[in-house]
Design a protein around this ligand. Structure first.
Ligand code: OAD
Length: 268
């Protein structure tokens, strides 16, 4: 079946770690992926943060450093170009926290719903205020050495909430929130927590006529169930991935290969 994104009116795109693989960001479940090198329970759960917040901040500092070194690739850029030029309504949902969709989108045409949060934000553990924050609090050797990672744009840095962040104080080598002087945590959805924007996402899934899944292994719910929701509301379904995913039977068109090569063609 030879279809292209431009043939559709309401498009929902779901992206996962595979779309950023060619930008040099580690995926989670591929060989040498993030979860092969780290135990999820030790770095990406509320219990892990309660037990050892420094270890959690070391992990997310490392991820902030890695993400800041990466650049958007042709797949990220193709989605932005499509949104800027196509007549279709297009919604982007990402499980990625790497900020690469936003960094590809200098005109703000395609703001992603970051359902698993964002590496350039932190949250007060007391009142839940969210701050723009791109500090790596620990260096790659695990030493407390707060430094900027350039994950926030210059424009974002001049906004009030970011400037407040400079007034943070530190206790026991943990960043504290300016609002309550309570520990900050990464604004990331950890295992056992509910992803953000679910009501909005479900509405968009019900209304779309094309659902495209890009670079996700289809193993983590609720995102892994989006294909089925869109399909059951009569959307056509396309999957762009390097390998088959468990939901294959619900996919109308499977485009196997690298996102950076296939996405620009499908969204031309
Ligand atoms: P995974 O690491 O589970 O899956 C990445 C998928 O991308 C795999 O199916 C790869 O085959 C595929 N892939 C790798 N390189 C690719 C490339 N260049 N082009 C196209 N596809 C490629 O990552 P996700 O599915 O994003 O959640 O993982 C979902 C969630 O699980 C993450 O958001 C994270 C993780 O635990 C949280 O941290 C809450």
């Amino acid at each position: 079946m030879n279809i292209k994104a431009r043939d559709f009116k309401k498009i929902v795109i779901l992206t996962g770690a595979g779309i950023s693989a060619e930008s040099g960001i580690s995926t989670f479940r591929d060989a040498n992926g993030l979860w092969e090198n780290h135990k999820v329970q030790e770095v990406a759960t509320p219990e892990a943060y309660a037990r050892d917040p420094q270890l959690v901040w070391k992990f997310y500092s490392m991820r902030r450093i890695q993400a800041a070194k990466a650049l958007p690739n042709p797949a990220h850029r193709a989605l932005i170009n499509f949104a800027a030029n196509a007549g279709s309504e297009i919604h982007l949902i990402t499980q990625n926290v790497d900020v690469l969709h936003e960094r590809a989108d200098i005109t703000g045409k395609l703001p992603p719903l970051c359902m698993h949060g964002s590496l350039n934000q932190s949250r007060c553990t007391h009142c839940e205020t969210v701050y723009l924050d791109d500090h790596a609090y620990f260096d790659l050797d695990g030493n407390y050495a707060p430094s900027r990672t350039e994950l926030c744009s210059a424009e974002e840095r001049t906004r009030d909430e970011y400037l407040h962040h400079y007034k943070l104080e530190y206790a026991h080598f943990l960043p504290l929130s300016p609002c309550c002087k309570a520990p900050l945590r990464p604004h990331i959805v950890w295992f056992g927590e509910i992803p953000f924007f679910m009501a909005k996402i479900e509405k968009r899934l019900r209304e779309c006529d094309l659902f495209v899944s890009i670079g996700t292994s289809g193993q983590v719910y609720p995102a892994a169930g989006f294909l089925q929701v869109a399909k059951s509301h009569n959307a056509r379904t396309v999957c762009i991935n390097k390998e088959a995913i468990p939901q294959s039977h619900m996919i109308d068109v499977f485009l196997e290969g690298k996102a950076a090569e296939i996405v620009p063609d499908f969204f031309a």
